[in-house]
Design a protein around this ligand. Structure first.
Ligand SMILES: *Cc1c(COP(=O)(O)O)cnc(C)c1O
Length: 515
C-alpha cells in the first residue's frame, strides 16, 4: 500500500544536534509495514445469540450482502499498535516547538479540553429549545463580550468556521453597508504582503482587487494608498501586524485616508497574538475584522480539524451581521434573533463551532486580562530572542522591529545552492516542525518563524542551536541539507502528486483481508 503520500510532514525524531548523525526511532522502522491484515484474525468475539435467529434474506431481500465486506482482519494488539504508530508519524505541538509562522501554533491547554468535554456542554444539541440551553448560550454571550472587549468592537458574529470564512463574512458586511447607502463600490485594496486568502476573499465577494505595494520598511506606503483610494474603493484589507511581523505604526493615518473617501478598513486579525491586551483594533480605526480562535485563543488546529473565525465590527456594520444574532430578550433570557431585515444571511449551519467557543472562553478566563497581556509580551519576546540569536547567520530583509514573528530570507544560504525549503527539511532531522517557507511573497526565499509564547527559553535555545548548526552545514556539507530529512520514514515526497492524487483510505491488497 502506498503510504508515502499520507505522511507529508515526516516523523518526529530524536533531538540530535550532531552533524548528520541520526537514530531510527522504533516507530519509524521500515520493518513495521503498514499492511497488517491476514485472513481469519479477529479483535472481537461476539457472545452466542440469545434471541431467535431471523432469516436475513427474508428480512433484507436484495439488500442482503452476499460477499463479506473487504475489511482488514487484525487482532486487538495489532490494531492498537497500528493507530498508535500512525499517530507518531505526525509532528504535533505536544511533541515540541512548532514555529510555523503565521499559524500561531501555541500549546492547547488541557483545561480547555476538560471543560469542552463536560457532559452538559459536549452533549448539548444545537436545536435544543432556547429555554433549556441558557447555559450554552451564556458561554457564547460571554465569549462574544470578551472578544469585543479585546478588539474594541461593538458587535460580533460567531458563525464563521475559519479565518478565510471570517474574511468572506466581513467583506460581505462591507458590501452590504455600501449597497445600503446606494453606493456599490467596485474595488478592494490588498497589500502585496497579504495572505493569499485576502485577495481571494475580495474576488469571491465580487470585488476587483487592487494591489498595494509595500514600502522599503515592508509596511503600507501611505502616500501610495492616498493616491489610489477613491470613491470606488470599498475597503482596504490589512493584516496588522503585517505578515512580516511588523506593526503598521501609521494605522491611524491609514484609517483616516480610507474614511475620508467613505471606504472601510478591514483588519485580518490572524496576528492578534501580538496585540491582545496591548492594543485594540477598534481604537485604531478598524471597522471590521476577523479573529482566528484556532490561532490566538489556543483552540487546536492542523489536521483539518474545526476552526473558528468570529467577525467583530463597529456599530455601523451591525445591522448586516449574519442571522441569527444572540440577544437578551425582554424577560432577561438569551435567545437567537432572526428578525434582521438587512442581514447578509446565514454563513453557516447552526451557530458556529461551539466546541471551539468553549475552549477559547476557558483560555481567556484562565488567563484573565493580566495573563493575556503577559502572553502577548512573551510571544513578542520569544520572536525577538530568535531574531537576535540568528540575525548574524540568516539575512533579515526588513530591519523594522519584530512583533510576534520574524521573517528571514535564504539569501546567504542560496549562494551555496540551499533554499528555504531545504533548511526547513533539515530542521526536521533536529526534531522540530519546520517554519513557514516562501511566505510572505515580498520576501524572496522567506523563513517565517513564529515561536509563540508557549516555548521556554531552553526549547528556544535548542531551536536556535539547530538553526545555527544548519547554517554551518550549508557552508561545509550543503548536500546534507539539500537531501534532508535523513531521519524520517520517507524523505522528499512528491508533494504535487500527493495533493493531486491523495491516498486517503486503506484498500485491501490481493493476498490478505477481505473475502
Ligand atoms: C491563517 C491566516 C488566514 C486564514 O485563516 P484560516 O483559519 O486558515 O482560514 C488569513 N490571514 C492570515 C494572515 C493568516 O495567518
Amino acid at each position: 500500500m502506498a503510504t508515502e503520500t499520507m505522511n507529508p510532514v515526516g516523523a518526529p525524531t530524536p533531538r540530535n544536534t550532531t552533524l548528520g548523525k541520526v537514530r531510527t526511532h522504533p516507530t519509524q522502522n521500515e520493518g513495521l509495514i503498514f499492511e497488517k491484515s491476514s485472513p481469519g484474525k479477529r479483535a472481537v468475539r461476539l457472545a452466542p445469540l440469545d434471541v431467535p435467529e431471523v432469516d436475513a434474506a427474508t428480512l433484507l431481500g436484495d439488500a442482503l450482502r452476499v460477499e463479506a465486506a473487504p475489511l482488514p482482519e487484525v487482532s486487538e494488539i495489532e490494531i492498537i499498535r497500528h493507530f498508535t504508530r500512525l499517530s507518531t508519524w505526525n509532528y504535533a505541538i505536544d511533541l515540541g516547538m512548532y514555529p510555523l509562522g503565521s499559524c500561531t501554533m501555541k500549546y492547547n491547554p488541557r483545561v480547555n479540553e476538560f471543560v469542552s468535554r463536560l457532559e452538559g456542554i459536549a452533549e448539548a444539541h444545537p436545536y435544543q429549545p432556547e429555554t433549556l440551553a441558557q447555559g450554552s448560550l451564556k458561554v457564547v454571550r460571554e465569549l462574544e463580550q470578551c472578544l469585543m472587549e479585546i478588539t474594541g468592537m461593538d458587535a460580533i458574529t460567531m458563525q464563521p468556521a475559519a479565518g478565510a470564512h471570517g474574511e468572506f463574512t466581513g467583506i460581505l458586511l462591507v458590501r452590504a453597508y455600501h449597497e445600503s447607502r446606494g453606493n456599490a463600490r467596485r474595488k478592494v485594496i490588498v497589500p502585496d504582503s497579504a495572505h493569499g486568502t485576502n485577495p481571494a476573499t475580495a474576488a469571491i465577494c465580487g470585488y476587483e482587487v487592487q494591489n498595494l505595494k509595500s514600502n522599503a520598511l515592508g509596511m503600507v506606503d501611505v502616500a501610495e494608498l492616498e493616491r489610489i483610494v477613491d470613491e470606488d474603493t470599498a475597503a482596504l484589507m490589512l493584516t496588522n501586524p503585517s505578515t512580516i511581523g511588523v506593526f503598521e505604526s501609521e494605522i491611524h493615518r491609514i484609517a483616516d485616508v480610507l474614511h475620508a473617501k467613505g471606504a472601510l478598513l478591514y483588519m485580518d486579525g490572524a496576528n492578534m497574538n501580538a496585540l491582545v491586551g496591548k492594543a485594540r483594533p477598534g481604537d485604531f480605526g478598524v471597522d471590521v475584522m476577523h479573529l482566528n480562535l484556532h490561532k490566538t485563543f489556543s483552540t487546536p488546529h492542523g489536521g483539518g480539524g474545526p476552526g473558528s473565525g468570529p467577525v467583530a465590527c463597529k456599530a455601523i456594520l451591525e445591522p448586516f451581521l449574519p442571522t441569527p444574532v444572540l440577544a437578551r430578550k425582554a424577560d432577561g433570557t438569551l435567545g437567537w434573533n432572526y428578525d434582521r431585515p438587512q442581514s447578509v444571511g446565514r454563513v453557516r449551519a447552526y451557530y458556529g463551532n461551539y466546541g471551539m467557543f468553549v475552549r477559547a472562553l476557558a483560555y481567556i478566563l484562565a488567563n484573565g486580562p493580566d495573563g493575556l497581556r503577559q502572553t502577548t509580551e512573551d510571544a513578542v519576546l520569544n520572536a525577538n530572542y530568535i531574531r537576535a540569536s540568528l540575525e548574524d547567520l540568516y539575512e533579515l530583509p526588513y530591519k523594522t522591529a519584530s512583533m510576534h514573528e520574524v521573517v528571514f530570507s535564504d539569501r546567504r544560504q542560496a549562494t551555496r545552492g540551499v533554499k528555504t525549503g531545504d533548511i526547513a527539511k533539515r530542521i526536521i532531522d533536529y526534531g522540530f516542525h519546520p517554519f513557514t517557507v516562501s511566505f510572505p511573497l515580498i520576501v524572496s526565499g522567506a523563513l517565517m518563524i513564529e515561536p509563540t509564547e508557549s516555548e521556554s527559553k531552553e526549547e528556544l535555545d535548542r531551536f536556535i542551536e539547530a538553526m545555527r548548526a544548519i547554517a554551518q552545514e550549508v557552508e561545509e556539507t550543503p548536500e546534507l541539507v539539500k537531501n534532508a530529512p535523513h531521519s524520517t520514514r520517507v524523505s522528499r515526497l512528491d508533494e504535487a502528486t500527493a495533493a493531486r492524487k491523495p491516498v486517503l483510505r486503506w484498500r485491501p491488497t490481493t493476498n490478505s483481508g477481505g473475502a
